[in-house]
Write a new protein. Structure first.
Length: 288
């Protein structure tokens, strides 16, 4: 059975890319599920899949995060990876789907878990905002704050892989990926076709599709007047090649196989000399 992938809300489970992509489990917050029920559900996932990789936003309530760690602690298992991510909600949803795609490949659970850190660098996550007055996730200049009070002002913001903020109407553009992508976008309370009509063509996005806006997005971006977007690598063959191109190591602490600079299950770091990337040539604009 493939490694189980889990998220912390149902709106982070995007539709599968194909018939082989499994769904994700949803780990409920304490106010929606008792501890006994959470323990039983997680135990079933472990018995069925062997390992569980759970992605959750750094912005979730502290009680929900404590529940995740409590379940892992009570079950006394080293087969649960808890991956706390600073990505915007839609970026996490996109990354979770990529791990779901990889979970059916011949990768070990440790490689799937540690692949999240690698693949997050290739997710271009941002939003079109009607105001940046309450945006605190990325740096916002005083000038931009002042402009956000102007009627009709709109801002394009990139949170990942590198923060960037521009005011629409100027000559600046958001820095996009230099490889072929698809785009997911989700509408909040902002009427605009800029994401699909300007940004996607400018980034040479091959396909754009609308999805449900995650409930946590307005809070993350500081406003409900927004359209969130995330450009990503859609093709499982490209994802497989990218992950395969990284040298695999054995975690010196828990013994599980991993890639990159940190174990996804115990968070033990790998020394830089042991972490060798070989990704040149894997991605190019012509990939699909």
């Amino acid at each position: 059975m493939p490694t189980a992938i889990a998220v912390t809300s149902a709106d982070l489970v995007l539709p599968p890319t194909d018939q082989q992509t499994p769904t994700a489990a949803v780990l409920q917050p304490p106010d929606a599920q008792s501890l006994d029920a959470a323990l039983a559900e997680t135990n079933v996932l472990l018995e069925r899949h062997g390992y569980l990789v759970a992605l959750y936003p750094a912005s979730i309530p502290a009680a929900h995060e404590r529940r995740l760690h409590t379940v892992r602690s009570v079950l006394e298992t080293d087969r649960i990876a808890l991956l706390k991510l600073d990505l915007p909600p839609l970026g996490i949803a996109v990354l979770a789907r990529q791990l779901r795609q990889l979970s059916v490949c011949d990768f070990s659970a440790g490689v799937v878990a540690s692949a999240a850190r690698l693949l997050s660098h290739y997710v271009y996550a941002g939003a079109l905002l009607g105001s940046v007055a309450k945006l605190d996730r990325i740096p916002v200049s005083l000038k931009a704050h002042a402009k956000s009070w102007m009627p009709g002002a709109q801002f394009a913001v990139l949170a990942n892989p590198e923060p960037q903020l521009i005011k629409l109407g100027g000559e600046e553009t958001l820095t996009g990926p230099e490889f072929a992508t698809h785009m997911a976008y989700a509408r909040g309370q902002l009427a605009s076709e800029w994401v699909t009509g300007t940004l996607a063509p400018g980034w040479q996005v091959q396909s754009a599709h609308e999805v449900e806006l995650p409930a946590g997005s307005p809070t993350w971006w500081g406003t409900a007047k927004m359209i969130e977007f995330a450009a990503f690598l859609p093709d499982i063959s490209v994802l497989y090649q990218l992950v395969s191109s990284v040298r695999r190591e054995q975690c010196h602490w828990c013994g599980i196989q991993l890639i990159g600079d940190r174990c996804g299950f115990c968070s033990a770091p790998v020394s830089p000399a042991e972490n060798q990337l070989h990704v040149a040539g894997v991605l190019n604009r012509g990939s699909t």
